[in-house]
Design a protein around this ligand. Structure first.
Ligand SMILES: [Zn+2]
Length: 383
């Protein structure tokens, strides 16, 4: 009798779920997104076409869905309007971080559920920036600065397909379309890379440095020589996702009949994304730092008009430079992404096959800002 009880208890205990969250089905995520009214079918057909080329080329999944109820085994993509998200995380029950600031301007993969979240604000920024660069002769960083200064809604005549019908019937080879679609393709391919690689959470601890405040603690992440093992692990994961993205993009050519000779479809835009992303980070740095050197470098780069507008509306977000230069939801180290992308030139279908990259100047400015930030910090702490 006693033995039977023990067996029974043992059977019962092993039948109990170990962790409550393991029994939560990811299909509830779609319901939560709907209930919070954050799904936005922004340029759905165009996004579908680009996501389709990426996921089909990867060849690892039978298909994908966008803004539809969750289906296990597929890549489920949710286009989310971050401006409608609350400040609080709405997917905490799923151990996914989806809050306004966490996704703002970004895309993010959740490996365990194979869900890809894309902020539609990112799509609007890419499209608007690409238009300002293509038609109004803006430099990328100045265009991003102008949009951040005036707000995305001031640019509805560019990004809103109900006002600008040219968005939905652009030629593959229009400059803005090359830039924006290639940028999105790289972003999606990188995030799909995370899903393909699976969950690799960085748990190794490093010896912490001590700082006087949260902002300084954040800032030290931009200084490679102050950071240890955890940083290197995170970076190696991002490197793998970048490599995955580049290997995908090196297989995707323009559809036949568009060009006279076959070329990589997303190469120009993927390279531009590096500039775009660095530009965004440079603009965000204005809110994250008080460094006089950085502010004067940025005033020269942007012109006083845009610079003054940005500084006037500057809010102390408490984000700190770590979120600026190394956001969780982005290719973390944009220098590395740039390095990976150079491998595209090895393809015989690359525009730059046998040539060197032309973005060195912009990368130099970015590196200069990072170096200034590190120097300030090290001086202050005598490191
Ligand atoms: Zn990443």
């Amino acid at each position: 009798m006693f033995r039977f009880l023990v067996i029974l208890l043992f059977a019962l205990s092993t039948a109990l779920p170990v962790k409550a969250d393991q029994s939560i089905s990811p299909s509830g995520i779609y319901t939560i997104l709907q209930k919070n009214n954050v799904l936005e079918d922004y340029l759905l057909k165009e996004v579908e076409e680009i996501a389709g080329t990426i996921i089909q080329t990867a060849g690892k999944w039978p298909g994908y869905r966008i803004n539809k109820p969750y289906v296990d085994g597929l890549i489920n993509i949710y286009l989310v309007d971050s401006t409608r998200l609350p400040e609080a995380n709405i997917l905490a029950d799923y151990e996914i971080e989806l809050a306004r600031l966490s996704i703002q301007g970004n895309a993010m993969a959740h490996e365990a559920t194979q869900i890809l979240f894309v902020d539609t604000l990112l799509l609007k920024f890419l499209i608007t920036t690409a238009h300002l660069v293509s038609y109004d002769n803006y430099e990328t960083v100045t265009a991003v600065g102008a949009i951040k200064a005036r707000g995305i809604d001031a640019f509805q005549p560019i990004w809103n397909p109900r006002i600008n019908s040219a968005l939905t019937n652009a030629e593959y080879t229009e400059e803005w379309a090359l830039l924006a679609s290639g940028a999105l393709a790289f972003i999606l391919a990188h995030e799909v890379g995370h899903i393909a690689l699976g969950d690799q959470s960085v748990t190794k601890r490093r010896i912490p440095l001590r700082f006087n405040n949260k902002e300084d603690k954040d800032k030290h992440w931009v200084c490679a020589d102050l950071i240890g093992e955890k940083y290197r692990l995170q970076q190696s994961i991002e490197q793998e996702a970048d490599d995955f993205a580049v290997s995908l993009l090196s297989k995707i050519l323009f559809p036949p009949g568009i060009l006279e000779k076959p070329l990589l479809r997303y190469e120009i835009g993927a390279h531009w994304y590096i500039l775009y992303s660095m530009s965004e980070q440079m603009i965000d740095t204005l809110s994250a730092t008080d460094s006089k050197n950085i502010h004067s470098a940025m005033r020269i780069q942007l012109g006083s008009g845009i610079y003054n507008e940005l500084v006037a509306q500057r809010k102390n977000t408490g984000r700190g430079a770590i979120k600026v230069f190394f956001p969780k939801t982005h290719p973390a180290n944009i220098r590395r992404a740039s390095h990976s992308l150079r491998q595209l030139a090895q393809s015989p279908y690359s525009l730059y096959h046998g040539e060197s990259s032309d973005s060195d100047q912009d990368i130099a400015l970015f590196e200069m800002l990072i170096a200034m930030e590190c120097r300030n910090l090290k001086e202050e702490y005598g490191l």
